[in-house]
Design a protein around this ligand. Structure first.
Ligand code: ZN
Length: 173
């Protein structure tokens, strides 16, 4: 999770905010828009706007989640954890084989751990989190070669929109 001060969003990936066609990121723009809408639902409770969706192997929407840490007083109620739990409940099993989690902010260590445990095939995120990100920024837990399951990572999808939503939230507080 991120601190209310000293924000550093973005990515060191020079291709993350390019203008031309981007075959790696373009397929995930629509689900990222869903995640952005989900993130906005966190704000009325005073939660940091982070939103996530889980897509099944065929790209169908399995679940959504937004940060509910303040709303329910639960330190583990991050968007990714909630979306993973709901996807597993919907599938009736904990293994999310072939699934993709799309989230507006780079996962923290806890969520990166949950993503590895869930066996998702892919993690897609928008804004990087240079202060706490565990999918390529501060750590790269999801792609640690010592783990036997390593999801593919796509970073920088709608990065500017995702970063702006977070920056505006903190500016208004
Ligand atoms: Zn998290």
């Amino acid at each position: 999770m991120i601190a209310a001060h000293d924000l550093t969003y973005g990515t060191r990936d020079p291709h993350g905010s390019g203008t031309g066609p981007d075959p790696v990121r373009d397929p995930w723009r629509e689900p990222m828009r869903l995640a952005l809408r989900e993130a906005a639902l966190a704000v009325p409770a005073g939660d940091v706007p982070v939103g996530a969706v889980v897509l099944g192997p065929d790209g169908d929407l399995l679940s959504t989640g937004h940060n509910e840490r303040e709303a329910v007083g639960d330190p583990t109620a991050h968007a990714e954890v909630l979306a993973l739990r709901r996807a597993a409940a919907r599938l009736g099993e904990w293994r999310l084989t072939g699934c993709t989690l799309v989230v507006t902010l780079e996962p923290c260590v806890m969520c990166a751990g949950a993503l590895v445990q869930s066996r998702v095939a892919r993690v897609v995120y928008g804004a990087g989190d240079e202060k706490a990100g565990a999918a390529g920024s501060l750590w790269d837990l999801v792609r640690d070669r010592r783990l036997n399951h390593r999801p593919e990572v796509v970073r920088g999808v709608l990065e500017a929109e995702c970063a702006r939503q977070l920056t505006e939230f903190f500016r208004e507080r």
